[in-house]
Design a protein around this ligand. Sequence first.
Ligand code: AN7
Length: 364
Amino acid sequence: MKNLHDRGVISRYRQYLPVTDATTVVSLNEGSTPLIYSPKLSKLVGRGAEVYVKYEGLNPTGSFKDRGMTMAISKAVERGAKAVICASTGNTSAAAAAYAARANLACAVLLPAGKIAAGKLLQAFIYGAKVVAIRGNFDDALRLVRELGADGRFEIVNSINPFRIEGQKTASFEIIEELGDAPDIHILPVGNAGNITAYWQGYREYHGLGKATKRPRMTGFQAAGSAPIFLGHVVDKPETVATAIRIGNPASWQGASDAVKDSGGCIDIVSDAQILEAQRWLAAEEGIFVEPASAASVAGLLKCFSNDRCAACPFHQYPEGAKIVLTVTGHGLKDPEAPMVHGFKALEADATMDAVAKVLGVSC
Ligand code: AN7
C-alpha cells in the first residue's frame, strides 16, 4: 500500500525522532512549510540582511501544533491509549482533535470560556472533540488537565508531553536545510514556551551533528498583558488580543529561559496595538496573513528597529548579511474577529459600471 505519510515530519525526520517500527504513524502530511523571503523586512534590517518568514499557518490544521501532534498522537496509539486530553488557547485543541480523529482516539479539550478564536473553536467541534469551556483561563485548564491525566485515563497531549517538543523541533531542521545553515537570529512568539524550547533543541541537535556551523540567538516576544517570562513572575490574570498566547504561567518557562540565555537572545514584549498593526502590515505589505499571536514576531522585529528595543536586543550588534527567521505560528483565518479593529468596510455600489467606477475613483 502506498505510504500516505511520506511527507509528514515523522517520515521526513524519522532518525532524529523517538519512533520505532512499532510506532503507527498518525500524520496529515504536516511540516515542510514555506520559508518566505521578505524584501521589506530585509530592507528594514539593512546591512545586506535577509529576513525570512516561516509560515506555519500552512500546516494541515493551520498552525505549528501539527508538528508536535503527529508525534504525541502516534506515541499515544503506540502506548495503547484510548483517549487524549489537552488544555488549549485554541490551536493545540484543533490539532489534537484532528489527529485524534484520524487515530480513532477520543479527544477532550479544556478551553478558557469565551477566549478562543472562532475558527479554532469550530475546528475542535468539527473534528469531533468533546469541548469543555472552563470558567477560568488557560493556566486553570492546564492545571485540571495535569490532574485528569495523572491516573492514565487520558494521555496528555499538551507540550508537557515531551513528544510534542520532539515533533516541533523539526521546524529548525527544515530551516537549516533550506538556508544551508542556521540563521543568525530567530524570532518567535512565546506563550506556553514549548515552541521556543523545541526550536532551540532542534538547532542544537543539527549543530551538534555538523549540519549547521552556528546556532541562532533565540528571541521571543510575549504579549505585554501576558508576559510572565519577561516580568519574571506568574501573571494571574493574563490579557491580550492575541488569545493564543494569553498565558500567565508557561509550562516550559525553564526551557525558554535556557534557550535565551544559552543563545544570547532575549525575551521582550509587544503591545496589543503593535501586534494588530504588525498583523495588518504583514498581510498588506507581504501578502502573508497570520493570526495575532503570530504577528508578535513581526511586531517584535519592528520594535527591535525602534527606540524602544530592549537592552539585550540581538540587533544592537549583528553581522553583515545576517540571516533572520521569524516564525509565524498560525493562519490568519483562524481568528476573523481580532483584525476587525481596523474597521474594514466594503465600498458599496449599485450594479452599474458608472457606480462601480465612481466608488473606485476611476473613469469608465
Ligand atoms: C498561534 O494552543 O498554547 O510558546 O494551547 O497558538 O509554544 O505556547 C498555543 C500557543 C504562538 C505560543 N502562536 O507557542 C495552545 C497554545 C500561536 C499559538 C503560540 C501559540 P508556545
